[in-house]
Design a protein around this ligand. Structure first.
Ligand SMILES: Nc1nc2c(c(=O)[nH]1)N[C@H]1C(S)=C(S)[C@@H](COP(=O)(O)OP(=O)(O)OC[C@H]3O[C@@H](n4cnc5c(=O)[nH]c(N)nc54)[C@H](O)[C@@H]3O)O[C@H]1N2
Ligand SMILES: Nc1nc2c(c(=O)[nH]1)N[C@H]1C(S)=C(S)[C@@H](COP(=O)(O)OP(=O)(O)OC[C@H]3O[C@@H](n4cnc5c(=O)[nH]c(N)nc54)[C@H](O)[C@@H]3O)O[C@H]1N2
Ligand code: SF4
Ligand SMILES: [Mo]
Length: 709
């Protein structure tokens, strides 16, 4: 029998800049999605998906999907549960939240814990935020990924480093700076590749020969955490040689002269070489190629900077410093030139409407999510955490200082709710476990942090089992708590219309270039349901071509009065990592190796680590190390090793080779603990120390020792 099956336009929800358009083929009679592919009509997706989401149906229909609410029966961490109904689950949770709120500890003893398991505007943060604000729960500062770079960009640019990613085909010198673009942003890599066909040279600055570095024309193997020093050394060469755009500096920047003095006196290539582990030749050559890309390669230079350089003690300053470079060269003038961190600020979503910050009781404390270990052990100011509500996140696997996160989750006096699609490592510690819908089972609205299209995700099928979307869980809880219906009895569609500022324009605030205020003009929710709609921004959008920086001065702030007033250095500088062998020889005596734990291509953070095919593709837990470091420890390729520091220890298989320089080791993740040799992953060694700006996580700022296991 042949019948034409309908298709549904959907959006990939994962924490990935590509935000792909999906086309889902549905068998409506069976309520089953039978095929899923990349949207050929989406200009950024161009019809292909990454290996993870190409197999998304394996996830949706996985036999281990959570389908019913459950209550813990075994010990915390054992992961044994029995089925209960939604009514009982909701009543149990509401009773406990009410009891904690009424106790002397008060409502701030409740901690919501969520991140970007889905990037959809509604499921990422809407009624959940309203609910916890209304309750008076502790606020969560969502720092685990991007706040260091955001803060660093804000100092210099007043917003994120951004431009039209599709315009990057015009770049002729492309620098992947702390960015594993071919893996983590694969559709942008396509654009870089297109630029290369037109003559561009692709360079990657990374201590690790990532897949991106391996495919680039030049790999610059910088020592971890020293990117600001390299950028300052490049500036030294640019000023010394006069390869600067004097007109751009004079008209659109403040502080060029002070910056020049700083780099000329303090950042000569010889000193930068000693800090970064690069040679003076490499630094000079990179500065020349970068600064003269138009003469040498026929077009502007583009820095695709990403998260690798942010996850160090000086990560905020590193980003602040790197994003000064395009102002020196004037590359912002040219479509596709400049720097790109995130396009998220190009979307004027009405987050105030979605999340209702006006409901937050004055004086409510904020807990930095990176410091969950401290929060669960009562080491932060304010009341102890007595109830933890986890959704869109798997902190037992992704948080730093894992041993202490796990011991905190094991606390008997802690009430933990986990809402997820699967029984994650975190779910093993839940008192109540709630089943979540996948992207094919709910409606949502998506911006992107890697392109300029807005699109609704249409539900393809009805929820499996008794799974519910995040918004519905908080509607039920709000009803049970007796909260105002006008705050919670609002449909997902109404939320989406409000997020788009329909009807009328949404509020325009600091942190957006002028034209962004109008980026949704003329776009309706119904348009976005039919497919991707490009933001109402000019083709080849180059927001800083003529300055227009949304900083207090309206200029690119190479010198920042705001930073000076905050008691920090008003000029870009080099801030060494917390755990730097050069500045912490005491620590390095015991733990001499800098460990990086970036994502493996087959997983998305810890998502997909429970899917057999993805795990097979990831291989196992490995440790890449240089032959000199291996030999010194009597370690041969393929041998089991133990990686450790004072915080913890995990096991891996040695992979000895030239993918790292001596002194650096790499273990890709993020593995679920249950699939590792001793029930912990690389985060057992990472620290909860924060970045200099933005309070961000410092996953890659981590000294360890390695021995044969
Ligand atoms: N396949 C896949 N794609 C993903 C993800 C995933 O888990 N899997 N995660 C998504 C998310 S949440 C994010 S935030 C992004 C992350 O996207 P990226 O930032 O591109 O990813 P990372 O691999 O974390 O870091 C990039 C590179 O930085 C390097 N690095 C580490 N320390 C330094 C340093 O000090 N200086 C420099 N120059 N480089 C350094 C690492 O070795 C790594 O190769 O990717 C998104 N896309
Ligand atoms: N060592 C080390 N640690 C890291 C990193 C690293 O590079 N190295 N990267 C860091 C980075 S960049 C990030 S962004 C964080 C990511 O940390 P997390 O945000 O915790 O990301 P995931 O591990 O992908 O977990 C997301 C969870 O959300 C669930 N989920 C998905 N959709 C929904 C939904 O609609 N509703 C509900 N209720 N749940 C849903 C998924 O099933 C999954 O279990 O990890 C950080 N941790
Ligand atoms: S994870 Fe990224 S590349 Fe993969 S389908 Fe989703 S948006 Fe596209
Ligand atoms: Mo991230």
């Amino acid at each position: 029998m042949t019948r034409e099956l309908p298709t549904v336009r959907a959006v990939c929800p994962h924490d990935c800049p590509d935000t792909c358009g999906l086309v889902v083929t549905v068998d409506p009679v069976a309520n089953r999605a039978v095929a899923l592919r990349g949207d050929r009509d989406h200009p950024f997706t161009r019809g292909f998906l990454c290996q993870k989401v190409a197999n998304y149906l394996d996830r949706v229909y996985h036999p281990e999907r959570l389908l019913y609410p459950m209550r813990r029966v075994g010990k915390k961490g054992d992961g044994r549960f029995e089925r209960i109904g939604w009514a009982e689950a909701v009543r149990t949770i509401a009773d406990r939240l009410r009891a904690v709120a009424a106790s002397p500890d008060g409502p701030q003893a409740v901690l919501p814990y969520s991140y970007a398991g889905t990037m959809g505007k509604l499921m990422y943060g809407s009624l959940d935020r309203r609910f916890f604000h209304r309750l008076g729960a502790s606020l969560l500062d969502r720092t685990i990924c991007a706040t260091a770079g955001a803060a660093g960009c804000d100092v210099t640019l007043g917003t994120r480093a951004m431009l039209d990613p599709e315009a990057a085909v015009n770049a002729r010198y492309v620098v992947n700076w702390g960015s594993n673009t071919s893996v983590t942003n694969t559709h942008f890599w396509k654009v870089e590749f297109e630029a290369r066909k037109r003559g561009a040279r692709i360079v990657t600055i990374d201590p690790y020969r990532s897949p991106t570095a391996a495919k680039s024309d030049w790999w610059i193997p910088i020592r971890p955490g020293t990117d600001a020093a390299l950028a300052l050394g490049v500036m030294h060469v640019l000023f010394r040689e006069g390869w600067v755009d004097r007109d751009y500096l004079d008209n659109h920047c403040v502080g060029a002269d002070q910056l020049r003095d700083r780099v000329m006196t303090e950042f000569a290539p010889a000193r930068v070489a000693a800090i970064t582990g690069l040679s003076v030749d490499e630094i000079e050559r990179f500065a020349r190629e970068y600064g003269r890309s138009r003469e040498l390669f026929g077009g502007p230079a583009l820095i695709r900077l990403n998260y690798g350089l942010q996850r160090h003690g000086g990560g905020g300053t590193a980003v602040r410093t790197v994003v000064c470079l395009p102002a020196l060269t004037g590359d912002w003038r040219h479509p596709g030139g400049g720097a790109l961190l995130s396009t998220s600020k190009a979307y004027p979503f009405d987050d105030t409407f979605l999340t209702r910050p006006d409901l937050i009781p004055p004086g409510t404390r904020t807990i930095n999510m990176t410091q969950l270990a401290e929060a669960l052990h009562g080491e932060l100011p304010g009341p102890p955490v007595k109830a933890l509500f986890v959704y869109n996140s798997n902190p037992a696997a992704v948080c730093p200082d894992q041993s202490r996160v796990l011991s905190g989750l094991r606390r008997d006096d802690l009430f933990t709710v986990v809402h997820d699609q699967f029984q994650t490592d975190t779910a093993d510690y839940a008192d109540i476990l709630l089943p979540a819908t996948t992207q094919l089972e709910h409606f949502d609205l998506h911006g992107s942090y890697g392109h300029l299209y807005v699109q609704a995700n249409n539900a393809a099928v009805a929820p499996l089992g008794e799974a519910k979307p995040n918004t519905e869980v908080f509607r039920l809880l709000a009803r049970e708590m007796g909260y105002e219906p006008e705050l919670f009895d609002i449909s997902d569609e109404e939320l989406a219309r409000g997020a788009l500022g329909e009807p009328g324009a949404s509020a325009f605030g600091f942190g957006m270039p002028q034209e962004v205020a109008a980026a949704f003009d003329g776009i309706t929710l119904d348009d976005t349901k039919r497919g991707p709609v490009r933001l109402n921004l000019p083709a080849d959008w180059a927001p800083f071509a003529e300055g227009n920086f949304p900083t207090p001065s309206g200029k690119c702030e190479l010198y920042s009065e705001r930073e000076g007033r905050a008691g920090r250095d008003p000029l870009p500088h080099y801030q060494p990592p917390h755990e730097d062998p050069q500045t912490r020889p005491d620590l390095a005596a015991d733990y001499p190796l800098q460990l990086l734990t970036p994502p493996v291509p087959a997983f998305l953070n810890s998502t997909f680590a429970n899917i057999e095919k993805q795990r097979a593709s990831a291989g196992g837990v490995t440790l890449e190390m240089h032959p000199a470091d291996a030999e010194a420890r009597g370690i041969a390729d393929g041998q089991p090793v133990s990686v450790f520091n004072a915080r913890g220890r995990f096991r891996a298989t040695a992979s000895v080779g030239e993918s790292v320089k001596p002194g650096v080791v790499v273990s890709l993740g993020i593995w679920w603990n249950r699939y590792t040799a001793d029930g912990v992953n690389g985060n057992t060694t990472t620290s909860t120390a924060l970045t200099d700006l933005g309070g961000g996580a410092t996953f890659f700022d981590n000294l360890v020792q390695v021995e044969r296991a």
